[in-house]
Design a protein. Sequence first.
Length: 231
Amino acid sequence: MPILIPILQGLRLFDSLPADKLAEVSVTMNERRVERREVVIKRGETDAGLGFLIEGRLQTVNFTLDGREVGIDFVEDGDFFGELSVIDGQPAPEYIIAVAPSRIAFLERERARELMFSTPRGAAAVAERLAARMRRAAGHRALLALPSSFQRVCAQLTLLTQRDGSGQTVITMAPTHQEIAIMVNTSRETVTRTLQFLQGLKVLARDGNSLLVHQPETLQEAADGKVAPTK
């Protein structure tokens, strides 16, 4: 079904468009729902267009030559994805997979390019998205250089933290153990043991789908190798 204008106004690329432009866009886009583990964009696709995540969570992944899945990044509510292929016209460089039941929509490539580059706000949104992606990629490369799986898991958790409205450090919609494992090149069992260790120290506590980080300084020390389980 066509997307309602109030929904478009909550998406980053559209939040500054006037009502008449939003009305034009709304009739060209259709919302659809995807289930967990459903592929949203396949690596090598050339005509997916620009995607928008209305609700849920997506993960960008790739595969090594020996078939191992490697997690690259997450796409959160209100964000867009697939922008690299829209910009340069090349095939999609990675898979995008739903890691939670999600609502998504796509905008055809040429229309997406028009919106991206026809207004300063659109160009700024794209530039900010690419800059954030590059910063996360740089942080991820540094993370993968850490010597132990325990440190890598803790460092990944640190990257996922944010402050909520009350000032509490939290990891909202915490990834599954497997989703963390493929991002830090370790096993799901290692992630489980690490989380159990951190919970035993009262560093973390689960709260529904989120993790409350009661001791962010200790979590950072664990990522730095200053806190570790006894062998």
